[in-house]
Design a protein around this ligand. Structure first.
Ligand code: UGA
Length: 431
């Protein structure tokens, strides 16, 4: 039985590029629309615009089989599509709420072009009530709007999309829900069909819960530091409790990225709009801010008590490993705080080329190897959990530094081995 459908995906950011590549891999005929000319040209030539495991291979396979086509305007993608996925960005607005401008522009543009009985699928993260808003804006009674939130993580986006934990379809019409669910027939993920409002809330609740877990474990790590306990053993003991589990409990320099900070801020605003003070989530957000200060404090102590003119090497600048994304990166956030306190910063990240005009890294000298970055430094601060930092020659590092001292904000290294090699070592929540 041929289950191939005609799909348009609007927006080739993280979610759009991956969704298009994966739907083409499932056998659907997909047209991906990207208005940014540079990104469009990259995609059309089979290049992934982002560092993301397996994405380029999947894009190339789709282009080669003819199942995937890339165009540079939504107008060219819509007329032949029975399903239109909206994957445009919804950044944080000035008041913390999600900015829906890009969604509204696309909806205006596509309204009259949609084929009869098309289904518009909102994958962008949008506040509860947006599906209803888009339905009104479209003025197309023959078209159904569906909420289908995305749960992929950067760094494992393709695997997460091929094998999702669940698929959520928010629509009141069961027949349309079946049609959307069928698009994902190749996965065996549990399907949750619910109202659009609930579906939109599910996405925010998931990211807010993950942020809560992280702020919780970072707070416990702070307590472990104070008490002389080891957070790593504590996590193993927590994790074996099936009600808690092991995932998302690694302490670090704080949580960041393009999603958790924006979605937690948006959920606080959504709650306010319903006259509910989500005090717990506000505390989760402010804990993350305080936590960055605590990491800076560890670096100050490691630098001998003052950051003024201290030479600090930063290893890792992306918000986590296996991506080139630095949006709302805890590493960049900490770099800014160190620079404000007067530190001299030298940095290495495998995805950042020295000499690149990276605006967010102004005042940070960039190097092409971790060794070059730490030459003459008083402290090395490990801020992103890149695997290569586990396999460093620390005897060489010790010789290059003025005072061998490590702040391991990702708990990657073995303190016993490092101390034996002459380093002062400070992790997060471990003696
Ligand atoms: C997050 C969610 O995990 C995805 O499910 C969701 O689809 C996505 O947002 C989104 O809304 O689009 P992502 O932004 O890729 O995914 O990043 P995460 O893997 O959630 O990491 C967020 C931050 O938490 C990073 O700074 C990471 O380093 C940190 N983190 C994560 C920890 O410090 N410890 C952990 O154990 C896990």
């Amino acid at each position: 039985m041929d289950r191939s459908e005609r799909v348009a995906v609007i927006g080739a950011g993280y979610v759009g590029a991956v969704t298009a590549a994966v739907l083409a891999h499932f056998g659907h005929t997909v047209v991906l629309a990207e208005s940014d000319l540079h990104r469009f040209a990259q995609l059309a030539s089979g290049k992934s615009p982002i560092v993301e495991r397996d994405l380029e291979e999947l894009l190339r396979a789709g282009l080669a089989s003819g199942k995937l086509r890339v165009v540079n305007s939504a107008r060219d993608a819509i007329p032949e599509a029975d399903f239109v996925f909206l994957c445009v960005p919804t950044p944080q607005g000035d008041d913390g709420s999600a900015d829906l401008s890009a969604v509204k522009v696309v909806v205006d543009e596509i309204g009259s072009l949609l084929v009869s009985h098309a289904v518009v699928v909102i994958k962008s993260t949008v506040p509860a009530g947006t599906s209803v808003l888009v339905t009104k804006m479209l003025e197309r009674p023959d078209v159904t709007v569906v909420s289908n939130p995305e749960f992929l993580r950067e760094g494992s986006a393709v695997a997460d999309s091929l094998h999702p934990d669940r698929i959520v379809v928010g629509v009141d019409d069961p027949a349309v829900a079946r049609r959307v669910a069928e698009l994902f027939y190749a996965t065996s993920a549990p399907l949750i069909v619910t109202s659009p409002m609930t579906s939109e809330m599910i996405k925010y609740a998931a990211n807010a819960f993950l942020a809560t877990k992280l702020s919780f474990i970072n707070s416990i790590a702070t307590l472990c530091d104070a008490a002389g306990a080891d957070v790593r053993d504590l996590i193993v003991a927590l994790g074996y409790d099936k009600r808690i589990g092991f995932d998302f409990l690694s302490p670090g320099p704080g949580w960041g990225g393009s999603c958790l900070p924006k979605d937690t801020a948006a959920l606080v605003r959504i709650a306010e709009s319903f006259d509910f003070d989500f005090a717990m989530l506000r505390a989760v957000v402010s804990q993350n801010d305080d936590h960055a200060d605590r990491v800076v404090e560890k670096i100050r102590i490691a630098a001998g008590g003052s950051l003024e003119r201290a030479d600090v090497a930063l290893w890792g600048l992306t918000f986590k490993a296996n991506t080139d994304d630095r949006r709302d990166s805890p590493a960049v956030n900490i770099a800014r705080r160190l620079a404000t306190a007067g530190a001299t910063l030298r940095a290495y990240d495998p995805t950042v080329t020295p000499g690149s005009a990276a605006l967010d890294l102004e005042g940070v000298e960039l190097f092409s190897s971790p060794y070059d970055a730490c030459a003459g430094a008083q402290v090395v601060a490990i801020l992103t959990e890149w695997d290569e930092f586990r396999n460093i020659d620390f005897y060489k590092v010790g010789e290059l530094m003025t005072t061998p001292s490590i702040v391991d904000a990702r708990n990657l290294l073995d303190p016993v081995a490092l101390r034996a090699a002459g380093f002062a070592y400070s992790g997060i929540g471990r003696p």
